[in-house]
Write a protein that binds this ligand. Structure first.
Ligand SMILES: Cc1cc2nc3c(=O)[nH]c(=O)nc-3n(C[C@H](O)[C@H](O)[C@H](O)COP(=O)(O)OP(=O)(O)OC[C@H]3O[C@@H](n4cnc5c(N)ncnc54)[C@H](O)[C@@H]3O)c2cc1C
Length: 342
């Protein structure tokens, strides 16, 4: 048996999706994943429409709740905005990552190794899909985002008034997200500046935001509270041609989760990464991945500016409500086809 053509380190969404794309093209893949599935992961669990369409093209969609847009709330103001095209998904990460990893394991030519930490053996091409703290940042360094931020997430039942929109509450202490995960359960995620972070930050936000306090009186948490930090990174070089090394997913740069684009960015870039590996043209992948990452970072900066204080957020929602759909247009605009010049 000839050895693998590609070693992928990390079987999260980015690594599993790439393994599927490559395996189907006859490329032999070894897929290392140190965790045993299912496992929970700190995440807002929203997949934006452009990620949904990339995932649909790749493997089809899991049976999970759909969302048609966002509800942005700050102080007494709130604005509803639908996605201009398509819909988003709410993907509970323990189930979703297991589903995708199992699909990869069942793909021809993919040798999936769950519960196996990568220790250094490699094939012709090496792919770092090992997340934000990638071991490959030793040779392709990452620049941590500023301001330094912390994320929390958990699930709960008993929250009243949940709709088919992801709700985003801007507060001076941080942002809080609610999204339906199915069966009356919601995802709750909160993002904080380091300087404002406290371990009880999520419950403090629930108490401090009057609209939420009233809706969460019967709340019961159903999964442990998970934390992740520091959020966000920029990776100026995502390929090393001489070492035949390529980074995908968060390893290739993670937008601040305020944009909710990490998963979509990974799926939208999967075919580019597969094409680069098959054709040997790593440069085209790097250009397109950096352009996509830059767009997500620009949106992130804009949203972070709005979220800095509840008053500023409320002012924007009161006076700039008409801009919110435009903002969503840009955030979830379909990606150009990979045959178009980049
Ligand atoms: C608080 C928070 C909220 C977020 N909200 C959203 C959101 O709403 N929408 C969105 O799209 N994104 C969101 N994100 C970002 C999203 O979680 C990431 O973009 C996504 O997980 C990236 O997938 P990945 O496969 O690149 O990396 P990961 O999901 O991190 O997977 C990497 C995998 O590599 C494995 N691994 C690591 N090292 C090794 C090794 N040496 N050997 C073998 N395996 C290894 C790990 O076990 C892991 O399973 C959020 C993130 C945070 C922290």
């Amino acid at each position: 048996m000839r050895s693998a053509d590609v070693t992928i380190v990390g079987g999260g969404p980015a690594g599993a999706a790439l393994a599927i794309a490559l395996g189907r093209q006859g490329v032999r893949v070894e897929l290392y994943e140190k965790a045993h599935y299912p496992r929970l992961k700190a995440c807002g669990e929203g997949l934006l429409p452009h990620g949904v369409s990339a995932l649909r093209d790749l493997v089809g969609l899991p049976n999970v709740p759909t969302v048609r847009g966002l509800r942005l709330c700050a102080g007494p103001e709130s604005v509803d905005a639908d996605f201009p095209t398509g819909h988003g998904l709410v993907v509970r990460r323990d189930r979703f990552d297991t589903w995708l990893f199992n699909l990869a394991a069942a793909t021809p030519n993919v040798d999936a190794r769950p519960g196996t930490r990568y220790t250094g053996a490699r094939a012709e091409v090496l792919v770092g899909a090992d997340g934000r703290g990638s071991m490959f940042h030793r040779c392709l360094p990452a620049v941590p985002a500023t301001p330094r931020r912390v994320g929390l997430s958990t699930h709960a039942v008993g929250v009243e008034g949940v709709t088919d929109r992801v709700e985003v509450f801007f507060h001076g202490d941080g942002e809080l997200y609610l999204a339906p995960t199915g069966g009356g359960e919601v995802l709750m995620s909160a993002l904080f500046d380091y300087r404002h972070f406290r371990p009880d930050g999520m419950t403090r936000l629930l108490e401090r935001i009057p609209a939420l306090r009233a809706r969460t009186r019967r709340l019961e948490f159903t999964t442990p509270l998970l934390a992740s930090a520091p959020l966000g990174s920029f990776v100026p070089r995502v390929v090393d041609k001489t070492q035949r090394l390529l980074l995908v997913g968060d390893a290739a740069g993670a937008p601040d989760p305020i944009v909710g684009d990490g998963l979509a960015l990974a799926f939208a870039s999967t075919q580019d990464a597969a094409l680069a590996i098959v054709s040997g043209d790593f440069g085209a992948y790097q250009r397109r991945r950096l352009a996509r990452g830059a767009k997500a970072r620009r949106l992130g900066r804009l949203m972070l500016a709005l979220s800095r204080s509840e008053r500023r957020g409320a002012w924007f929602l009161r006076h700039g409500a008409a801009l919110v759909p435009r903002f969503l247009d840009v955030a979830v605009a379909p990606e150009p086809s990979r045959h178009e010049p980049s």
